[in-house]
Write a protein that binds this ligand. Structure first.
Ligand code: SAM
Length: 185
């Protein structure tokens, strides 16, 4: 899906997309830098949108690895279904259902979660359940990565991940973004 279609779709549903532009290659590279693609068995992505991050993960994912992605927007979901890769599972459900979905796919834990969800635009109880369920399903020492254009979720993430959150920043993105790297105990 190209940038124009992303822009059109994002304009139609700005509240759930949270931005008008897909992430830059600089942001994606910083977001994924802690992932060990040699050992990752299951990576989960929240809010893939036009699949920019999805493609980057698939390009580096081990042949035996799996990627489960959660997207609620119909047009994005239909485009993502066109990606022809047996390691990919595309789910048209909210990220809050992550626990059920990984269990249905015969996984108990997740190695890494990569999220581009617009946390501030999602109703608070849903965000709360997304963060709590993400923490629950991660394996010990597993990572949750999130970018945001403000720092509104810094304290909530520190509370969820018991202080184990490091903060990064990428200026070469529209708009510039903060990157949270959160690790489970
Ligand atoms: C900022 S866009 C991210 C696009 C792309 N990942 C990128 O970084 O360029 C956020 C995406 O999250 C999706 N989204 C919003 N709420 C969601 C939810 N509760 N569960 C899954 N996806 C959601 C939106 O439909 C949108 O595609």
């Amino acid at each position: 899906m190209n940038k124009i279609i992303f822009l059109k779709e994002s304009l139609k549903s700005l509240k759930t997309s949270g931005t008008l532009f897909p992430s830059s290659k600089f942001l994606v590279s910083k977001l994924l830098k802690e992932i060990n693609f040699e050992t990752a068995k299951l990576i989960v992505e929240f809010g893939p949108g036009n699949g920019k991050i999805t493609h980057d993960i698939l390009n580096r994912l081990h042949p035996d690895g799996k990627l489960i992605i959660f997207e609620i927007n119909d047009s994005f979901y239909n485009e993502l279904l066109k990606i022809n890769d047996s390691r990919l599972i595309v789910v048209k459900q909210s990220a809050s259902t992550v626990l059920e979905v990984i269990n249905t796919n015969n996984f108990e834990t997740v190695d890494y979660i990569v999220s581009s969800l617009p946390l501030t635009n999602i109703p608070k109880p849903i965000t709360k359940s997304i963060l709590a369920n993400s923490y629950k399903c991660l394996k010990s020492k597993g990572y949750f990565f999130q970018y945001q254009y403000s720092l509104t979720y810094y304290s909530a993430l520190k509370a969820t991940f018991k202080g184990k959150v490091s903060l990064g920043f990428e200026s070469l993105n529209l708009p510039p973004a903060f990157i949270y790297t959160c690790q489970k105990d």
